[in-house]
Design a protein around this ligand. Sequence first.
Ligand code: HEC
Length: 149
Amino acid sequence: MRLVVCVISLLILVSCGSKNNSTSEDESEMDHRTGIRLKQYMVQGKKLYTTYCANCHQTDGSGLAKLYPPLAKSDYLMTDLERAACIVKYGMNGQIKVNDIEFNQPMPANDLTPIEIAEIITYVSNSWGNEAGISSTRDVSQWLKKCKN
Ligand code: HEC
């Protein structure tokens, strides 16, 4: 009797599992979920950016004269988001060039979690003309393990 019940529930599981097997449906479902996640990251990221970054880099990401480099259309940011995640966590020192302009002021470290850093990186890399898509918490956790600090 038990065996019969097992077999029946197994059959039900299998048939339910295969119901949604058309790949295009799966893909649009994935796109939909990624889209929602991107929106959530953007909302949270904006709040965190306002608290932790806007003082220096400005609300519109334009930076401040020769003191603070821009994030809006920053070649330095957009060519290496892994490096950017490390900068957010550990800060940075030394001379850098952003869009052909030299900067050399220290940026302080931030005591933020990988989730918060993922939201901030997603926000800055998808605002003000930047367009990089989502940097997931899982990606950012991996990146942070490889920081050279
Ligand atoms: C106290 C001012 C200050 C704050 C706050 C600050 N930064 Fe920076 N940031 C700097 C400075 C100065 C540099 C350039 C460092 C250098 O010259 O070595 C920099 C560099 C950067 C860079 C690399 C250069 C570029 O423009 O692409 C990124 C990315 C960045 N900051 C992102 C952030 C983010 C995101 C936050 C918020 C979590 C933040 N910063 C908070 C001052 C600040």
